[in-house]
Design a protein around this ligand. Structure first.
Ligand code: SAH
Length: 359
Protein backbone atom coordinates (compact mmCIF):
# COMPACT_ATOMS: atom_id res chain seq x y z
CA UNK A 1 0.00 0.00 0.00
CA UNK A 2 2.69 2.41 1.08
CA UNK A 3 4.80 1.43 -1.94
CA UNK A 4 1.91 2.19 -4.21
CA UNK A 5 1.36 5.62 -2.69
CA UNK A 6 5.03 6.42 -3.09
CA UNK A 7 4.90 5.33 -6.69
CA UNK A 8 1.86 7.49 -7.38
CA UNK A 9 3.66 10.37 -5.68
CA UNK A 10 6.71 9.92 -7.89
CA UNK A 11 4.51 9.68 -10.97
CA UNK A 12 2.73 12.91 -10.10
CA UNK A 13 6.06 14.60 -9.55
CA UNK A 14 7.07 13.56 -13.05
CA UNK A 15 3.79 14.89 -14.42
CA UNK A 16 4.33 18.22 -12.79
CA UNK A 17 7.88 18.37 -14.22
CA UNK A 18 6.48 17.78 -17.71
CA UNK A 19 3.90 20.53 -17.28
CA UNK A 20 6.43 22.97 -15.81
CA UNK A 21 8.83 22.35 -18.71
CA UNK A 22 5.99 22.92 -21.15
CA UNK A 23 4.99 26.16 -19.42
CA UNK A 24 8.49 27.54 -18.84
CA UNK A 25 10.46 26.23 -21.82
CA UNK A 26 7.73 25.44 -24.37
CA UNK A 27 9.03 21.92 -24.87
CA UNK A 28 7.72 18.39 -24.56
CA UNK A 29 9.13 14.92 -25.28
CA UNK A 30 7.25 12.01 -26.81
CA UNK A 31 7.08 10.41 -23.38
CA UNK A 32 5.88 13.64 -21.83
CA UNK A 33 3.14 13.90 -24.43
CA UNK A 34 2.08 10.33 -23.72
CA UNK A 35 1.89 11.09 -20.01
CA UNK A 36 -0.17 14.26 -20.46
CA UNK A 37 -2.58 12.55 -22.84
CA UNK A 38 -3.12 9.49 -20.68
CA UNK A 39 -2.93 10.63 -17.06
CA UNK A 40 -6.14 10.46 -15.08
CA UNK A 41 -4.88 12.66 -12.26
CA UNK A 42 -7.36 15.49 -12.30
CA UNK A 43 -4.90 17.77 -10.52
CA UNK A 44 -2.44 17.39 -13.37
CA UNK A 45 -5.07 17.98 -16.06
CA UNK A 46 -6.39 21.05 -14.23
CA UNK A 47 -2.87 22.44 -13.95
CA UNK A 48 -2.33 21.93 -17.69
CA UNK A 49 -5.51 23.89 -18.51
CA UNK A 50 -4.74 26.61 -15.96
CA UNK A 51 -1.26 27.18 -17.41
CA UNK A 52 -2.60 27.24 -20.96
CA UNK A 53 -5.31 29.73 -20.03
CA UNK A 54 -2.84 31.92 -18.18
CA UNK A 55 -0.49 31.87 -21.17
CA UNK A 56 -3.26 32.84 -23.61
CA UNK A 57 -4.41 35.61 -21.25
CA UNK A 58 -0.90 37.03 -20.86
CA UNK A 59 -0.97 37.76 -24.61
CA UNK A 60 -4.65 38.21 -25.54
CA UNK A 61 -6.22 39.08 -22.17
CA UNK A 62 -9.84 37.96 -21.93
CA UNK A 63 -10.44 38.82 -25.57
CA UNK A 64 -11.76 36.27 -28.04
CA UNK A 65 -11.46 36.88 -31.76
CA UNK A 66 -14.26 35.99 -34.14
CA UNK A 67 -13.97 34.86 -37.75
CA UNK A 68 -16.98 34.78 -40.04
CA UNK A 69 -16.97 31.46 -41.86
CA UNK A 70 -18.49 31.43 -45.35
CA UNK A 71 -18.77 27.90 -46.73
CA UNK A 72 -19.13 28.87 -50.37
CA UNK A 73 -18.99 25.51 -52.17
CA UNK A 74 -19.28 21.87 -51.20
CA UNK A 75 -18.19 20.56 -54.60
CA UNK A 76 -14.86 18.81 -54.17
CA UNK A 77 -12.63 16.84 -56.53
CA UNK A 78 -10.94 15.04 -53.64
CA UNK A 79 -12.02 11.85 -51.96
CA UNK A 80 -10.66 12.04 -48.40
CA UNK A 81 -11.97 9.04 -46.46
CA UNK A 82 -13.15 11.08 -43.45
CA UNK A 83 -14.90 13.96 -45.19
CA UNK A 84 -18.62 14.22 -45.95
CA UNK A 85 -18.13 16.35 -49.07
CA UNK A 86 -15.73 13.87 -50.73
CA UNK A 87 -16.44 13.49 -54.45
CA UNK A 88 -17.68 9.91 -54.15
CA UNK A 89 -20.40 10.80 -51.65
CA UNK A 90 -23.47 10.61 -53.83
CA UNK A 91 -25.71 11.58 -50.92
CA UNK A 92 -24.14 15.01 -50.57
CA UNK A 93 -26.44 17.66 -52.00
CA UNK A 94 -24.06 19.95 -53.86
CA UNK A 95 -24.24 23.75 -53.94
CA UNK A 96 -22.12 26.74 -54.73
CA UNK A 97 -22.77 30.35 -53.76
CA UNK A 98 -22.61 33.12 -56.35
CA UNK A 99 -20.26 36.07 -55.91
CA UNK A 100 -23.27 38.21 -54.99
CA UNK A 101 -24.34 35.75 -52.30
CA UNK A 102 -20.83 35.65 -50.86
CA UNK A 103 -20.62 39.44 -50.81
CA UNK A 104 -24.00 39.58 -49.12
CA UNK A 105 -22.69 37.25 -46.37
CA UNK A 106 -19.78 39.66 -45.90
CA UNK A 107 -22.17 42.60 -45.68
CA UNK A 108 -24.24 40.89 -42.99
CA UNK A 109 -21.06 39.86 -41.19
CA UNK A 110 -19.56 43.34 -41.31
CA UNK A 111 -22.69 44.76 -39.74
CA UNK A 112 -22.39 42.22 -36.93
CA UNK A 113 -18.81 43.25 -36.18
CA UNK A 114 -16.87 40.64 -38.10
CA UNK A 115 -13.50 41.90 -39.35
CA UNK A 116 -12.25 38.57 -40.70
CA UNK A 117 -13.98 36.61 -43.43
CA UNK A 118 -12.99 33.01 -43.99
CA UNK A 119 -13.89 31.63 -47.39
CA UNK A 120 -13.89 27.87 -47.12
CA UNK A 121 -14.83 25.23 -49.64
CA UNK A 122 -14.06 21.97 -51.31
CA UNK A 123 -11.58 21.94 -54.19
CA UNK A 124 -14.05 23.11 -56.80
CA UNK A 125 -12.66 23.60 -60.33
CA UNK A 126 -15.56 25.88 -61.12
CA UNK A 127 -13.91 28.49 -58.90
CA UNK A 128 -10.96 29.17 -61.17
CA UNK A 129 -8.04 31.32 -60.01
CA UNK A 130 -9.57 34.20 -61.93
CA UNK A 131 -12.86 33.86 -60.06
CA UNK A 132 -11.15 33.54 -56.67
CA UNK A 133 -9.00 36.59 -57.38
CA UNK A 134 -12.03 38.59 -58.54
CA UNK A 135 -13.89 37.59 -55.38
CA UNK A 136 -10.98 38.42 -53.09
CA UNK A 137 -10.42 41.81 -54.68
CA UNK A 138 -14.13 42.63 -54.52
CA UNK A 139 -14.08 41.93 -50.76
CA UNK A 140 -10.77 43.76 -50.36
CA UNK A 141 -12.16 46.88 -52.08
CA UNK A 142 -15.36 46.93 -50.04
CA UNK A 143 -13.81 46.06 -46.70
CA UNK A 144 -10.26 47.45 -46.59
CA UNK A 145 -10.21 47.06 -42.80
CA UNK A 146 -10.97 43.32 -42.84
CA UNK A 147 -8.74 40.28 -43.03
CA UNK A 148 -9.52 37.80 -45.80
CA UNK A 149 -8.76 34.16 -45.08
CA UNK A 150 -8.90 31.44 -47.72
CA UNK A 151 -9.35 27.74 -47.02
CA UNK A 152 -9.70 26.14 -50.42
CA UNK A 153 -7.13 23.39 -50.39
CA UNK A 154 -3.99 22.54 -52.34
CA UNK A 155 -2.97 24.85 -55.19
CA UNK A 156 0.21 25.79 -57.03
CA UNK A 157 2.49 28.43 -55.58
CA UNK A 158 1.55 30.71 -58.49
CA UNK A 159 -2.13 30.45 -57.58
CA UNK A 160 -1.43 31.18 -53.91
CA UNK A 161 0.65 34.19 -55.00
CA UNK A 162 -2.18 35.44 -57.23
CA UNK A 163 -4.75 35.25 -54.39
CA UNK A 164 -2.30 37.03 -52.09
CA UNK A 165 -1.73 39.79 -54.65
CA UNK A 166 -5.50 40.14 -54.99
CA UNK A 167 -5.70 40.90 -51.26
CA UNK A 168 -5.94 37.65 -49.28
CA UNK A 169 -4.04 37.79 -45.97
CA UNK A 170 -4.42 34.39 -44.38
CA UNK A 171 -4.73 30.75 -45.45
CA UNK A 172 -5.96 27.71 -43.55
CA UNK A 173 -4.77 24.32 -44.73
CA UNK A 174 -4.77 21.63 -42.09
CA UNK A 175 -1.95 19.18 -42.71
CA UNK A 176 -4.31 16.46 -41.27
CA UNK A 177 -1.43 14.28 -40.04
CA UNK A 178 2.34 14.66 -40.28
CA UNK A 179 2.94 10.90 -40.36
CA UNK A 180 3.32 9.35 -43.85
CA UNK A 181 1.75 6.00 -42.97
CA UNK A 182 -1.13 7.63 -41.12
CA UNK A 183 -1.64 10.06 -44.01
CA UNK A 184 -2.03 7.10 -46.39
CA UNK A 185 -4.78 5.58 -44.24
CA UNK A 186 -6.82 8.81 -44.36
CA UNK A 187 -6.43 9.75 -48.03
CA UNK A 188 -6.67 8.19 -51.49
CA UNK A 189 -3.39 7.55 -53.37
CA UNK A 190 -3.55 10.71 -55.49
CA UNK A 191 -3.09 12.92 -52.42
CA UNK A 192 0.26 13.17 -50.66
CA UNK A 193 1.61 14.54 -47.42
CA UNK A 194 4.62 15.87 -49.36
CA UNK A 195 2.38 18.11 -51.47
CA UNK A 196 0.33 19.22 -48.47
CA UNK A 197 3.55 20.31 -46.73
CA UNK A 198 4.86 21.95 -49.91
CA UNK A 199 1.67 24.04 -49.95
CA UNK A 200 2.11 25.08 -46.33
CA UNK A 201 5.72 26.16 -46.82
CA UNK A 202 4.79 28.04 -50.03
CA UNK A 203 2.00 29.86 -48.20
CA UNK A 204 4.34 30.95 -45.44
CA UNK A 205 7.01 32.04 -47.87
CA UNK A 206 4.54 34.19 -49.82
CA UNK A 207 3.69 35.98 -46.58
CA UNK A 208 0.30 34.59 -45.62
CA UNK A 209 -0.57 34.18 -41.96
CA UNK A 210 -0.75 30.43 -42.30
CA UNK A 211 -2.70 27.80 -40.40
CA UNK A 212 -2.09 24.07 -40.29
CA UNK A 213 -3.81 21.54 -38.03
CA UNK A 214 -5.37 18.15 -37.64
CA UNK A 215 -8.37 16.22 -36.38
CA UNK A 216 -8.12 14.76 -32.89
CA UNK A 217 -8.99 11.07 -32.73
CA UNK A 218 -8.91 10.46 -36.47
CA UNK A 219 -8.81 6.74 -37.29
CA UNK A 220 -5.35 5.20 -36.71
CA UNK A 221 -4.01 8.25 -34.88
CA UNK A 222 -1.52 7.41 -32.10
CA UNK A 223 0.56 9.34 -29.57
CA UNK A 224 3.47 8.91 -31.99
CA UNK A 225 1.62 10.46 -34.94
CA UNK A 226 0.46 13.30 -32.68
CA UNK A 227 4.05 13.90 -31.66
CA UNK A 228 4.91 14.21 -35.36
CA UNK A 229 2.09 16.74 -35.70
CA UNK A 230 3.60 18.80 -32.89
CA UNK A 231 7.04 18.52 -34.49
CA UNK A 232 5.73 19.76 -37.84
CA UNK A 233 4.00 22.67 -36.09
CA UNK A 234 7.36 23.46 -34.42
CA UNK A 235 9.17 23.45 -37.77
CA UNK A 236 6.57 25.36 -39.78
CA UNK A 237 5.82 27.89 -37.03
CA UNK A 238 2.32 28.68 -38.31
CA UNK A 239 0.43 31.72 -37.03
CA UNK A 240 -2.72 29.59 -36.62
CA UNK A 241 -3.40 25.99 -35.65
CA UNK A 242 -6.83 24.46 -36.21
CA UNK A 243 -7.68 21.32 -34.30
CA UNK A 244 -11.02 19.72 -33.57
CA UNK A 245 -12.33 16.24 -32.92
CA UNK A 246 -12.83 13.84 -35.81
CA UNK A 247 -16.58 13.20 -36.12
CA UNK A 248 -17.84 10.40 -38.38
CA UNK A 249 -20.03 11.26 -41.35
CA UNK A 250 -22.32 8.34 -42.11
CA UNK A 251 -21.84 8.27 -45.90
CA UNK A 252 -18.03 8.05 -45.76
CA UNK A 253 -15.74 5.02 -45.38
CA UNK A 254 -15.15 6.13 -41.76
CA UNK A 255 -18.86 6.48 -41.03
CA UNK A 256 -18.76 3.88 -38.26
CA UNK A 257 -15.52 4.93 -36.63
CA UNK A 258 -15.63 6.44 -33.13
CA UNK A 259 -15.41 10.22 -32.77
CA UNK A 260 -12.49 12.00 -31.15
CA UNK A 261 -13.15 13.03 -27.56
CA UNK A 262 -13.65 16.34 -25.81
CA UNK A 263 -11.04 15.39 -23.24
CA UNK A 264 -8.24 14.65 -25.73
CA UNK A 265 -9.05 17.74 -27.80
CA UNK A 266 -8.87 19.99 -24.74
CA UNK A 267 -5.57 18.51 -23.61
CA UNK A 268 -4.09 19.01 -27.09
CA UNK A 269 -5.38 22.60 -27.29
CA UNK A 270 -3.64 23.32 -23.99
CA UNK A 271 -0.41 21.64 -25.09
CA UNK A 272 -0.34 23.59 -28.38
CA UNK A 273 -0.96 26.87 -26.55
CA UNK A 274 1.95 26.14 -24.20
CA UNK A 275 4.30 25.08 -27.01
CA UNK A 276 3.49 28.19 -29.09
CA UNK A 277 2.19 30.93 -26.79
CA UNK A 278 1.08 33.53 -29.40
CA UNK A 279 -0.58 31.11 -31.82
CA UNK A 280 -4.16 31.85 -32.96
CA UNK A 281 -6.07 28.82 -31.78
CA UNK A 282 -9.78 28.33 -32.48
CA UNK A 283 -12.29 26.47 -30.35
CA UNK A 284 -13.89 24.87 -33.39
CA UNK A 285 -17.46 24.10 -34.38
CA UNK A 286 -16.59 20.39 -34.25
CA UNK A 287 -15.67 20.85 -30.58
CA UNK A 288 -19.02 22.56 -30.01
CA UNK A 289 -20.69 19.65 -31.80
CA UNK A 290 -19.39 16.87 -29.53
CA UNK A 291 -20.25 18.73 -26.32
CA UNK A 292 -22.78 21.52 -25.66
CA UNK A 293 -20.13 23.56 -23.82
CA UNK A 294 -17.24 22.41 -26.05
CA UNK A 295 -16.25 25.85 -27.31
CA UNK A 296 -16.36 27.40 -23.84
CA UNK A 297 -14.21 24.58 -22.51
CA UNK A 298 -11.85 25.09 -25.44
CA UNK A 299 -11.35 28.75 -24.50
CA UNK A 300 -10.74 27.74 -20.88
CA UNK A 301 -8.09 25.28 -22.14
CA UNK A 302 -6.18 28.00 -24.02
CA UNK A 303 -8.04 28.66 -27.30
CA UNK A 304 -8.64 32.31 -28.26
CA UNK A 305 -10.70 32.27 -31.46
CA UNK A 306 -14.24 31.21 -32.43
CA UNK A 307 -15.47 30.87 -35.98
CA UNK A 308 -19.25 31.23 -36.25
CA UNK A 309 -20.99 30.51 -39.50
CA UNK A 310 -21.97 33.30 -41.89
CA UNK A 311 -23.18 31.02 -44.67
CA UNK A 312 -26.81 31.47 -45.77
CA UNK A 313 -29.05 29.25 -43.64
CA UNK A 314 -30.41 27.38 -46.67
CA UNK A 315 -27.00 25.84 -47.47
CA UNK A 316 -25.65 25.24 -43.97
CA UNK A 317 -26.88 21.68 -43.62
CA UNK A 318 -25.33 20.83 -46.97
CA UNK A 319 -21.80 21.70 -45.89
CA UNK A 320 -21.77 18.46 -43.92
CA UNK A 321 -18.15 17.48 -43.36
CA UNK A 322 -19.42 15.42 -40.42
CA UNK A 323 -22.79 14.51 -38.86
CA UNK A 324 -24.86 16.58 -36.41
CA UNK A 325 -23.04 19.87 -37.00
CA UNK A 326 -24.37 22.62 -34.71
CA UNK A 327 -25.89 26.00 -35.64
CA UNK A 328 -27.16 24.87 -39.04
CA UNK A 329 -30.57 26.50 -38.46
CA UNK A 330 -29.51 29.83 -36.99
CA UNK A 331 -29.15 33.17 -38.71
CA UNK A 332 -25.73 34.80 -38.45
CA UNK A 333 -27.04 37.38 -35.99
CA UNK A 334 -28.36 34.66 -33.68
CA UNK A 335 -25.01 32.84 -33.75
CA UNK A 336 -23.21 36.06 -32.98
CA UNK A 337 -25.48 36.88 -30.03
CA UNK A 338 -25.34 33.32 -28.72
CA UNK A 339 -21.55 33.26 -28.80
CA UNK A 340 -21.40 36.65 -27.11
CA UNK A 341 -23.44 35.27 -24.21
CA UNK A 342 -21.45 32.06 -24.07
CA UNK A 343 -18.14 33.92 -23.87
CA UNK A 344 -19.44 36.41 -21.29
CA UNK A 345 -20.63 33.51 -19.14
CA UNK A 346 -17.03 32.33 -18.79
CA UNK A 347 -15.55 35.80 -18.26
CA UNK A 348 -14.41 36.44 -21.84
CA UNK A 349 -15.41 39.05 -24.37
CA UNK A 350 -15.71 38.85 -28.15
CA UNK A 351 -13.91 41.72 -29.83
CA UNK A 352 -14.47 43.45 -33.15
CA UNK A 353 -10.97 43.39 -34.43
CA UNK A 354 -9.03 41.78 -37.28
CA UNK A 355 -7.33 39.73 -34.59
CA UNK A 356 -3.90 39.40 -36.16
CA UNK A 357 -1.13 37.19 -34.88
CA UNK A 358 0.56 38.69 -31.84
CA UNK A 359 3.91 36.92 -32.21
N1 SAH B 1 -10.85 21.79 -48.92
C1 SAH B 1 -10.26 22.57 -47.86
C2 SAH B 1 -11.18 22.67 -46.66
C3 SAH B 1 -11.39 21.34 -46.01
S1 SAH B 1 -12.68 21.27 -44.83
C4 SAH B 1 -8.91 21.97 -47.49
O1 SAH B 1 -8.50 21.02 -48.12
O2 SAH B 1 -8.26 22.50 -46.62
C5 SAH B 1 -11.83 21.83 -43.39
C6 SAH B 1 -11.37 20.77 -42.41
O3 SAH B 1 -12.45 20.02 -41.89
C7 SAH B 1 -10.45 19.70 -42.96
O4 SAH B 1 -9.15 20.17 -43.10
C8 SAH B 1 -10.58 18.58 -41.92
O5 SAH B 1 -9.53 18.61 -40.97
C9 SAH B 1 -11.93 18.88 -41.26
N2 SAH B 1 -12.84 17.74 -41.42
C10 SAH B 1 -13.18 17.08 -42.55
N3 SAH B 1 -13.94 16.01 -42.28
C11 SAH B 1 -14.11 15.97 -40.92
C12 SAH B 1 -14.76 15.10 -40.02
N4 SAH B 1 -15.40 14.01 -40.45
N5 SAH B 1 -14.70 15.39 -38.71
C13 SAH B 1 -14.07 16.47 -38.26
N6 SAH B 1 -13.40 17.33 -39.05
C14 SAH B 1 -13.42 17.09 -40.38
Amino acid sequence: MRGQTEETGRYMERESEITERLYEDHQISLDGLRTLLTTDHQECIDRLFAYAQKTAQSIYGNRVYIRGLIEFTNYCKNNCYYCGIRCENKHAERYRLTEEEILSCCETGYGLGFRTFVLQGGEDACFTDERICALVSAIRTRYPDCAITLSIGEKSKESYQAYFDAGADRYLLRHETADETHYRTLHPPELSLANRKRCLYDLKEIGYQTGCGFMVGSPHQTVETLYEDLTLIGELCPQMVGIGPFIPQKDTPFGRMPAGTLDQTLRLLAIIRLLHPPVLLPATTALGTIHPKGREKGILAGANVVMPNLSPVNVRKKYALYDNKICTGDEAAECRACLNRRMEDIGYRIVTDRGDYAG
